[in-house]
Design a protein. Sequence first.
Length: 249
Amino acid sequence: MKSLFLVIGTTATLMQPDITNAAEIKVLSTQATEGAYRELVPQFEKATRHKVTTIFSGTLDVQKRLAAGESYDMIIMAAPAIDAQIKAGKVVAGSRVDIAKSGVAVGVPKGAPKPDISTTEALKKTVLAAKSIGYSTGPSGVYVINLFEKLGVAEQVKDKLKQTPTGVFVGSIIANREVEIGFQQVSELADFPGVDYVGPLPAEVQQTTLFSSGIIVGGKEAEAAGALVKFLTSPEAGAAFKKRGMEPG
């Protein structure tokens, strides 16, 4: 922990030499990195005296907020979405920094039998046998629908699908038994209350999503936001992502 605070302190010195002039950094983020982020940000705030105000929401809502012109200093989203915001002129060109990667995983209600997803064929059988299937509006949800097409089961499962609204974790509809199984990022399912984590998708059909940060054009606290990004991507901070099933950067 000592080395972690040393990293933060060094970052603060480089980016904000006078920490008595504390900044309020406004962040808009999707939810895949939320667990690790919530662990790390208080440490950053304590060391730098900056205040970080964060709104977590689903991808569609984040895009809607940005399109509406809401004011932030920094965003965290899937890398392709950051790139799209750069093209749209919302994010500073060249400011994208990759934070962590996550694969797609499966969860079931607490205490329910864990299905076999060890191979692609086993996953296919599990999906066909499930009476109801949850998925998200985010990158994992888009991928799962494409995966069902590739597995040749899209038609058979279409009436069993339940998509969560943007910003609502798939874990919530698994935990209250609205669905028998659900798919979302590893980091969003692995420790969700009321959910038994089954595991990641088989390697041959897994998709890894890269989540990145970007500095908002016209943001008032770009330098302080840059210090936060530097901390979130430090080797010492990487442990917070790893213990939630993500790979740093």
